[in-house]
Design a binder for this molecule. Sequence first.
Ligand code: B12
Ligand code: SF4
Length: 495
Amino acid sequence: MFIAGIEPKAPGMHIFSQTLMPRLGLPQLLTIAGEKGHKCEIYCEEIAPINWDRIKQADMILISSLTSTAPRAYALIKKIKEDVNPQATILMGGPHVTFLPEEALDKGADYVFRHEADNTFPAFLEWWSAGKDSRDLLKIPGLSFVVGDHYHHAPRPARVNLDSLPTPDLDLIAGFGKPGAIPLITSRGCPWDCDFCSEVAMFGRAFRFRSEEKVIEDIRYYNRRYGKIPIFIADDNLAANNARLERLCHEIIGNGLVRSLSGQIRLDLAENPKVLSLMFKAGFERVYIGYESTNAESLEAMGKGLKATNMADYTKTIHSQGLEIHAMWVLGFDTDTIATVKDNIRAAINWKIETSQFLILVPIPGSRLYEQLKKDDRIFNRDWANYDGHHVTFYPARMTPRQLQVAVMLEAMPKLYNHWQTIRIFVNENWRSAKASFRLRSWHPLRRTKTTLVTLVVRIWGWGVTRKMKKPIKAYLQEIPSAPSGHGPPSLITR
Ligand code: B12
Ligand code: SF4
């Protein structure tokens, strides 16, 4: 059978638009299908356009979306069903439709796979090859589909053993070629359960990981394919288990697989500088950290488990271990005011964080935040395309939606990416490198220079994106309600 996968593109520009980093859901599933003898191809719209002639020939089409890419996914389904290939069976999955399967079925998907599909999709393929007995279909967990005039939702599937999975074959992605960097996932689940995140609802609270041996096999596999390629370890929280991260770094070093690495960690990993230093030795250059906010009340309310008073010191420790930081800030919590936005900008600047991304809180389906705001009738925009962290979609409690929109997208981002800040960061990074080399720390001047230059390029690019986004954001301002319409306590609104 010929199976095509599609990852729809984002509705607009976002700070990562240039990274060309595919999600691994489709490569993972279609690698498994390939091993079962099916012919598979993936079109990741951010990387290369869809080849419609190929889609015309597909027997089965898999579409994977986020919340912000769901409208594009539905438009593609319409086009396929109406024009391109009405006979093909369309499957959908991912973190949006897992929580809103009926929406996807109403939009034309034949089947929706909720949660992890690494076992359920192969089960579906077997059902397909075995003659499609409808009684057997009901037994596949995590599957949602329409039966007569009602929706069938099979119970949630069991957790996947990550060691049972093959290394995702990224060559299935059309146009990926020899990429600049590749994503690798080594764990699922998260022991934390932040209010605004759907990770735990999606993958569970138990932190599961692929064994170090398997991760080393993955890296060797990509080495053979692409050479010593930089790797972005895309786990939600690579450091959820410190002992495991240490073992992984030792294995990378011991097997001679050190190369440019980056990954997502929590800020409080700074309490364990030994691990940070080991990460640096293994090749980590940049860490992505959800700072979220310096507002103690907001950190408390979102269940982040971080103390605002420790954040500056933690940042210093991470820098002192040679790692650069990409900080992700989120504004719009009920405890946030305009002053919070300003405090966060100040912190990002004072702490000399190399790159930052200021996002507007998004009530993504699957999160407790979404359920709460929906219950309180505070969501005013249900166009999922705007659920990308760049648009206000709900009534904040202590600001008007406009104030939040302007403060984050038209004030914070331009302030952080102005040329003066870029020069300051560049000088500071080089100064830190020089000091470290002088103290004969395990510092590689060449590697540092490269990292510094990458930061410079990213910052210049960030400045360009921020400028380009101004026009669409100003247009969006016209669409959002100017007053809270009785939502949130107006007396607290600040100017
Ligand atoms: C790597 C990553 C990125 C990368 C690349 C992402 C990309 N190209 O879109 C970067 C850094 C660029 C990024 C950016 C963003 N991201 Co991001 N990202 C991730 C991360 C950490 C890993 C993605 C991944 O590869 N997962 C591993 C695979 C195996 O899991 P999966 O995709 O869920 O697939 C499994 C199932 O869902 C299912 N499945 C999935 N699709 C399909 C399709 C079919 C047909 C079937 C049968 C099954 C199926 O089977 C798969 C195997 O079990 C996830 C968190 C996570 N753990 O998934 C967040 C995540 C996807 N990102 C998220 C968000 C919000 C964003 C941003 C909007 C904001 C931001 N944080 O900056 C931007 C927007 C990007 C865009 N495309 O518009 C949210 C999405 C939530 C939502 N409902 O929309 C997530 C889930 C994080 C979270 N918990 O909140 N991201
Ligand atoms: S935001 Fe990060 S730490 Fe919090 S639950 Fe999601 S993945 Fe875990």
